[in-house]
Design a protein around this ligand. Structure first.
Ligand code: NAD
Length: 257
């Protein structure tokens, strides 16, 4: 197979959760550019619709309303997407939230909310898309973890987020090992600070944080969301055929220090 063919997603169907904006939107655009039909699966249907219209081009890009924390909603997504676009070849588990507060002041509800979206959501989507992939004996899953799953970033206090993302990397390894001999590969991406709405919201409340972040990032800048496109295509295509269970860090050198 040529390298060009290995990276191609021609004729494949991909779901990207939380793709209405931010990193998910950029990754969806990368998968579409390489030939996949892409489902913009998000709890915010209005945004998903706008994004799908924007990205719709050579391939089908369709919006879908899903709550990744709700098992029946996830099951419905798998069923409807399969009816509409055929079986799912690529799943990108990207939907995620962050809540920041010192651990001793964090309400249990807040802790649970973060874990529910960031970890239960990845599990539920991987499980139900995984059932179909295992039946077909093929499929690629890419989970969006974070450098916060390896390093305790400062100055923000976000124990629930950090723990959830460490969980995503370990869940990635666990699924990868369980499904390795069934043709289903599971990898993760751990981005560093990328300039998205989620990050902008945090910086709006705490503008002084950016200075600390930049000081701690050897490359001296935040990442651009579109810089994730090539990596998700690599992990979602045959180009990464001997990779499973890896979390690939892309953080401008932050965790290398
Ligand atoms: N931005 C960064 O610097 C950064 C760094 C490391 C990891 N990440 C991770 O990347 C992912 C995307 O981050 P982002 O910055 O693009 O965030 P974002 O807030 O811009 O986008 C997240 C999307 O997820 C959707 N979503 C939230 N809850 C959902 C649910 N229950 N079901 C379905 N969709 C839901 C939101 O509607 C939104 O469209 C997250 O998992 C985040 O933790 C981001």
């Amino acid at each position: 197979m040529s390298i060009r063919d290995a990276f191609s997603l021609e004729g494949e169907t991909a779901i990207v959760t939380g793709a209405a904006q931010g990193l998910g939107k950029q990754m969806a655009s990368g998968l579409a550019e390489m030939g996949a039909d892409v489902v913009i699966a998000d709890i915010n249907y209005a945004n998903a619709e706008t994004t799908a219209t924007e990205l719709d081009g050579e391939t089908d890009v369709v919006p879908f309303e899903v709550d990744v924390t709700d098992e029946s909603s996830v099951e419905g997504m798998v069923e409807e997407v399969t009816d509409q676009l055929g079986p799912i070849d690529v799943l990108v588990n990207n939907a995620g939230i962050v809540e920041q507060s010192p651990a001793e002041e964090t309400e249990l509800d807040s802790w649970k909310r973060v874990l529910e979206v960031n970890l239960d959501g990845v599990f539920l989507c991987a499980k139900h898309v995984g059932i179909q992939m295992l039946e077909r004996g093929e499929g690629k899953i890419v989970n969006i973890a974070s450098m916060s799953g390896f390093d305790v970033n400062v100055p923000q206090k976000q124990a629930s987020y950090n723990a959830s993302k460490a969980g995503v990397s370990m869940l990635t390894k666990s699924l990868a090992v369980e499904w390795a001999d069934h043709g289903v590969r599971v990898n993760a991406i751990a981005p560093g600070y990328m300039r998205t709405d989620l990050v902008d919201e945090v910086l709006e409340e705490n503008p002084e944080m950016e200075e600390t972040w930049l000081e701690n990032t050897p490359m001296g800048r935040l990442g651009r969301p579109e810089e994730l496109r090539e990596l998700v295509v690599y992990l979602g295509s045959d180009a990464s055929s001997y990779m499973t269970g890896s979390t690939v860090v892309m953080d401008g050198g932050y965790t290398a220090r």
